[in-house]
Design a protein around this ligand. Structure first.
Ligand SMILES: [Mn+2]
Length: 348
């Protein structure tokens, strides 16, 4: 059995069971809207592509992909362009026009899903833990928090349905797993490794290389310089205030990058995008419970959550200045991570 199959939070003992329940949940439907979390990452996009493939190939459903926010990171833009993935901004669609709605790599209560509250998904497939969503009324729920990627769950569905992914689907799923687990180095379990090895020979390695080494705009290097200039060290806690960002996932990208510093245990990156402070947290302490840390820190101010070693959140400005909100979050994070509120040492 896959190490994240039938986990403590999954209702299903196997992916075969999950797939038959999934098919039952969409019985009679002819269209399905597949929604990811806002500013979708490769795992969200890969999962959506694979679910569409499964529903189209096995049930003849017509699937439409949608997301909130923007696809901002250069790699993610390259992924949708090179794999010809059509995903629509959610606000441009008439949401009531679909027979079924699926949510992948996200949950309704996480605060990072633009799907209006009055729309109850038909399908929910995710690997985020402790989101405390009210999932009553969602006909199909499969949350496997031990999986390193939602793409791993979708790979097991395809296998369970006896469906071999085509090159495009395999490439999207492979990159989803690779990116969410940092090449199996972060939070990956046996099932992620199995899925990764199953997909690798089926994926287009040339396209993968073009995605991973996607060219970036000049603004990227400038943002990097600004970020490094405004990064401060408090023992093993590193806090980066990014200021105004051109795309929201820059906070996560910087957090990943800063975690490479040998002295780091916790990274907290915060930046302004669209009147909200975007928070991204990383730790190399596998018992760190980053998701809980973020939820406690942003509690009362915004929303957040994640996994043991990576997490994120959003705090709306609500009329305050970005500097004030970032300052308050910085103080809260430092206190929560056992550091005094002090000046901090500049990174560079
Ligand atoms: Mn994910």
């Amino acid at each position: 059995m896959d190490a994240c199959e039938g986990g403590p939070d999954s209702e299903f003992a196997s992916s075969e069971e999950a797939v038959s329940a999934l098919f039952e949940a969409v019985r009679g439907a002819s269209t399905c809207l597949i929604v990811t979390h806002d500013d979708p990452d490769p795992d969200a996009i890969g999962s959506a592509v694979a679910l569409a493939y499964l529903l189209e190939q096995r049930l003849g459903l017509k699937a439409t992909l949608a997301h909130g926010g923007i696809i901002g990171r250069a790699e993610n833009k390259a992924m949708v362009r090179l794999l010809a993935i059509e995903t629509h901004p959610l606000h441009e669609l008439e949401l009531r026009g679909y027979d079924a709605v699926a949510l992948v790599d996200a949950q309704p209560g996480a605060g990072n899903v633009a799907l209006p509250e009055e729309i109850t998904p038909t399908i929910l497939i995710d690997h985020h833990s402790d989101v405390q969503s009210d999932l009553a009324g969602v006909p199909f729920v499969d949350v496997r928090s031990r999986c390193g990627a939602t793409s791993t769950i979708l790979t097991s569905y395809l296998k369970a349905a006896g469906l071999t992914p085509d090159r495009r689907t395999a490439t999207a799923l492979f990159y989803g797993i690779k990116s969410d687990t940092m090449g199996l180095a972060r939070g990956a379990v046996e099932a992620d490794v199995d899925a990764y090895l199953y997909l690798l020979p089926r994926a287009d390695t040339q396209i993968l290389a073009q995605i991973e080494y996607a060219q970036v705009p000049l603004a990227y290097f400038r943002a990097f310089e600004r970020a490094l200039e405004s990064t401060f060290i408090y023992d093993d806690v590193v806090v980066c205030g990014l200021g105004s960002m051109d795309w929201p996932d820059l906070a996560a990208e910087m957090a990943d990058f800063l975690l490479r510093w040998e002295g780091a245990r916790w990274i907290v990156c915060m930046g302004l995008f669209d009147d909200e402070i975007v928070v991204s947290v990383r730790t190399n302490d596998i018992k760190g419970n980053a998701g809980l840390v973020v939820r406690e820190v942003v509690g009362g101010l915004g929303t957040g959550g994640g996994h043991s070693v990576m997490a994120g959140g959003r705090v709306p400005l609500d009329g305050r200045s970005a500097g004030d909100v970032i300052g308050e979050l910085r103080r809260r994070f430092l206190r929560r991570l056992g550091q005094d509120d002090r000046e901090g040492e500049k990174l560079i």
